[in-house]
Design a protein around this ligand. Structure first.
Ligand code: TAP
Length: 478
């Protein structure tokens, strides 16, 4: 990578399109208000530059936001015909498209992901979610919940930092389409695009209080999910916090969906188209620096082709360009935070200690910011922690198998069950293997494909409930 990174002239996207304010308040009742609590800084993980100071909502701020959402629910949103709600969602989708470049640049600055991903994947998929659910708002009687399904009320939504805007869309679009109002808490390290989305709600003339954004850390999320007037909790994040939330809402009437972690198997059979599989493996684990809940972080390769596949994979990995997230040539951006980088390093060091063999792309890492080179481990056994725990970074654990039955056995040998990939030339093998895998999504001869019409969610410790598609409506209707 070091040899090739300067082969292209730098092609940075200009950041002049975004207007980052020095400080931000909370978005409550259709207005930006000052928080009662303290504030925190959000930084660019690629440079450690402070981007803005953001309010940290305390319990009283969360209470004010829930009250605003309740008022909007009772007085306006739950009474509005679906076809009218649809117009707002449609308008939001159009504004997202119009302001797409601004959203993409801001997302890359605050998150560290490459602009080509925020521009070509995140933002278009976000707009697609709002378009898709706009289409459902006046057709809810066909959602499979009876002739006259009703909204739940106020939804408290907590999202992680890996896809800040996309997770927001997954949460807000179906909730609003079904007639609920929302209070959403973005992750502490990536609040800025949610606050820009708040401006978009104002621009779309969304009635005040239908969407409220409270920024903060874990305590703010805790206050939100524990608030007695929240009817529905939607959470995406780690399994550990998901379990704490499940305990906190147990015994209440709150409806809950949890989208948690994963340790997906990407299974390559000996008849797979190898170059295509290599692209899928790279996309599966290095897309978004591996900060992907459904990342193909365990490669299961059939023993007879493992040497050839690994040779080609290493060659391909050596062509990945790591660097400035705003450069249009960049494939791999920055790790989202110092804390996450520490976790990736710790787990990778454990891989060494447990006897796996590390191979990483040789490159010079920038001196500022948080970086980790694309890495793979061979000689990994199922007992190794790098094969069992979610690293949530650009680190691939490679295991081998001899028979389809062994592949399935190893793929399912995980506490998680969010996604999987199968690479083979035979349609019948795809169907047979997919059927045996305990994973919410199984991709065949592709990986990491997201579409608003398709449900997404997990088995076992990957959580429960589905987001996306018609199934995603069920979480917001009674
Ligand atoms: P978490 O630490 O769980 O944080 C997720 C969100 O919950 C953040 O907004 C966080 O706030 C907040 N939070 C933390 N403690 C809380 C508490 N006690 N009560 C309520 N909210 C609380 O996860 P993360 O590190 O941000 O994200 C990585 C994890 O998310 C990975 O395990 C990944 O697999 C998972 N993930 C899953 C999916 C799906 S769809 N299954 C998608 C993306 C990510 P702060 O950020 O301020 O701490």
């Amino acid at each position: 990578m070091a040899d090739t990174i300067f082969e292209y002239a730098p092609a940075p996207e200009s950041r002049s399109i975004v207007d980052i304010k020095p400080s931000y308040g909370l978005f409550v009742g259709g207005e930006f208000v000052e928080g009662r609590g303290t504030s925190f800084k959000t930084i660019s993980p690629a440079t450690e530059e402070v981007l803005a100071e953001v309010a940290e909502a305390d319990a009283a701020d969360v209470d004010a936001a829930v009250k605003a959402a309740r008022r909007a629910y009772d007085k306006v949103w739950s009474r509005m015909p679906g076809r009218e709600r649809a117009k707002y969602l449609y308008r939001i989708a159009r504004i997202i498209q119009e302001r797409g470049r601004e959203l993409a640049v801001l997302e890359s600055l605050d998150n560290g992901k490459p602009i080509k991903e925020s521009r070509d994947v995140d933002v278009p998929t976000v707009a697609a979610h709002f378009f898709y659910y706009a289409g459902w708002a006046d057709k809810l009687e066909y959602a499979g919940r009876g002739a006259d399904p009703q909204p739940l009320g106020v939804a408290g939504q907590v999202i992680p930092w890996n896809f800040p805007l996309l997770m927001l869309a997954w949460k807000i679009a179906p909730a609003l389409a079904c007639g609920n109002t929302v209070v959403l808490k973005p992750a502490e390290t990536t609040p800025l695009t949610a606050l820009l989305f708040a401006e978009i709600c104002q621009q779309a003339d969304l009635p005040p209080g239908v969407v409220n954004i409270v920024t903060g850390a874990g305590a703010t999320g805790q206050a939100l999910v524990g608030h007695p007037d929240v009817d529905k909790v939607a959470f995406t994040g780690s399994t550990e916090v998901g379990k704490a939330i499940a305990r906190a809402v147990a015994g209440t009437s709150k409806k809950v969906t949890l989208e948690l972690g994963g340790k997906a198997a990407n299974i390559v059979f000996d008849d797979a188209p190898i170059d295509q599989a290599v692209e899928g493996i790279v996309d599966g684990i290095f897309f978004n620096q591996g900060h992907v809940c459904c990342a193909g972080s365990r490669l299961l390769v059939q023993e007879s082709i493992s040497e050839e596949l690994l040779d080609r994979l290493k060659r391909r990995m050596s062509t990945l360009r790591m660097g400035d997230p705003l450069d249009k040539n960049t494939d791999i951006g920055a790790i989202n935070s110092g804390e996450q980088l520490k976790r990736i390093r710790e787990l990778s060091d454990l891989g060494d200690a447990e006897g796996a063999e590390r191979w990483e792309v040789a490159c010079d890492l920038p001196t500022k910011g948080y970086w980790f080179p694309p890495t793979l481990f061979t000689g990994v056994s199922q007992a190794h922690r790098i094969a069992r725990e979610e690293i949530f970074g650009p680190v691939l654990s490679v295991l081998t198998f001899r028979t389809p039955a062994e592949a399935v056995e190893k793929a399912n040998n995980t506490p998680y069950g969010l996604s999987a990939g199968v690479w083979t030339d035979k349609g019948s093998r795809i169907l047979s293997v997919a059927h045996q895998l305990r994973a919410g999504v199984v991709w065949a001869n592709t990986f990491n494909k997201f579409d608003p019409t398709s449900p997404f969610g997990g088995f076992k410790e990957s959580g429960y409930g589905r987001e996306g598609g018609r199934h995603g409506l069920e979480a917001y209707l009674k």
